[in-house]
Design a protein around this ligand. Structure first.
Ligand code: ASP
Ligand code: MG
Length: 412
């Protein structure tokens, strides 16, 4: 007998029929003898609808506390509906809001963090043979104010509950059947991964693969909660996200290829190469609340150097204005920028024990005649910035070069 936390996302509870299907699925697990805690999101589209209503009376800036009171209602509806559907098919069930469980958070409305979960009530219900249905995405602060955890926060609720209950597994049911080596819309040969480590998943998630809320992966890694991504309505093993790195020879060096088109690049040329220059350039950028991703400084030439960095595309215009100002102050030669870039990254814990991974990546890109504009590396990742129009070609070439392509099916 296992204790499993199952989280169902918005599309999985998007209609009454789907809620009934979820109930039937939960019933099957119960019949296997497992204890089940279910976490649900609001019906798909509901959170957006509520935020939109709030904006209509608030000139686009709803009061954060009141917004939380409002958006938390989406999940209150689905927990009750699922509990009703379960009871209807003979499965004892009870629903709780975040406040009722007591999922204690800090007071940062709209992006609260979970501090503590009271598991007493849940354990008593499980012991009495009930399925417990808990509202995702919400909690309560020490003053009794309703809080929410940020968009996609139900994943984090699921993981946090699994950690608090020391569950055997946290299953995230969604509209894809697992985590893929890359986006199957770009590479039709992309494959579902059987397993991936928390670290790799974190890189994949923050580099643009949108299967899980990043915070939920951080949380799962921190508390070592085995996490599984599965399709809500198709059978299959999904993808297991765990701590252990397999030692096997067959373990691929690269687990996946992530990419995004969200960044823009800025270069300031001919700045004096003296101590403090990097701070003079990036200080005002950070003061303007603009996050910087990759940074490259060239070797000095005639006592001046070039400095390039990337920011989110939405911040490009602001960053450009700030940098032009800095350029005048420093007497820099010029500022240039480019929004038509893309970042492509190979991710894999296997890199730790293999040399030459980066050069294999560069070779694959060179063969396609793709120019690399920037490079950055970490222990388990190599990222490059390239011209946006080559993004898909690059991802496909790398997918093949690192032997991630699915074996061709007959007739392919
Ligand atoms: N309903 C919330 C959202 O749409 C939380 C979630 O679905 O995870 O962001
Ligand atoms: Mg989600």
């Amino acid at each position: 007998m296992a204790l499993i936390v199952q989280k169902f996302g918005g599309t999985s509870v998007g209609t009454v029929e789907r809620i009934q299907q979820v109930a039937a699925k939960v019933k099957k697990f119960r019949e296997n003898g497992d204890d089940i805690v279910v976490v649900v999101s609001a019906m798909s589209g509901e959170t957006n609808r509520l935020i939109d209503l709030a904006k209509q009376v608030s000139d686009d800036q709803p009061v954060p506390r009141e917004l939380d009171v409002m958006v938390s209602t989406g999940e209150q509806v689905t927990i009750a509906l699922l509990a009703m559907a379960l009871i209807k098919i003979g499965v004892p069930a009870v629903s709780y809001t975040g406040n009722q469980v007591r999922i204690l958070t800090d007071s940062a409305h709209n992006k609260a963090r979970i501090l503590q979960i009271d598991d007493q009530k849940l354990r008593a219900d499980l012991k009495a043979g009930r399925v417990v249905v808990v509202a995702g995405f919400q909690g309560v602060d020490e003053h009794g104010n309703i809080t929410t955890l940020g968009r996609g926060g139900s994943d984090t609720t699921g993981v946090a509950l699994a950690a608090a209950l020391k569950a055997d597994e946290c299953q995230i049911y969604t509209d894809v059947d697992g985590v893929y080596t890359t986006d199957p819309r770009v590479v039709s040969q992309a494959q579902r991964l059987e397993k991936i480590t928390f670290e790799e998943m974190l890189e994949m998630a923050s580099l643009g693969s949108k299967v899980l809320q990043i915070r939920s992966v951080e949380f799962a890694g921190k508390y070592n909660v085995p996490l599984r991504v599965l399709h809500s309505f198709q059978e299959g093993p999904g993808t297991l996200i765990t701590l252990d790195e397999e030692e096997s020879m067959e373990q691929p060096i690269i687990s996946g290829i992530a990419f995004n088109r969200d960044e823009a690049k800025l270069t300031i040329r001919g700045v004096p190469d003296i101590p403090g220059v990097a701070f003079k350039i990036l200080g005002p950028i950070s003061a303007a609340n603009i996050e910087v991703d990759m940074i490259v400084q060239n070797v000095s030439h005639d006592n001046t150097t070039d400095f390039t960095f990337t920011v989110h595309r939405n911040d490009y215009n602001n960053a450009l204005a700030v940098l032009e100002n800095t350029a005048r102050e420093l007497g820099a030669r010029e500022v240039i920028g480019d929004t038509k870039i893309a970042k492509v990254s190979i991710v894999g814990v296997g890199m730790r024990s293999h040399a030459g991974v980066a050069s294999r990546m560069f070779e694959a890109l060179a063969k396609e005649n793709i120019n690399i504009q920037m490079i950055s590396t970490s222990e388990i990742k190599v990222s490059v910035v390239i011209e946006e129009k080559y993004l898909e070609l690059a991802v496909r070439a790398l997918h093949t070069a690192f032997e991630l392509d699915a074996p061709a099916r007959q007739g392919d």
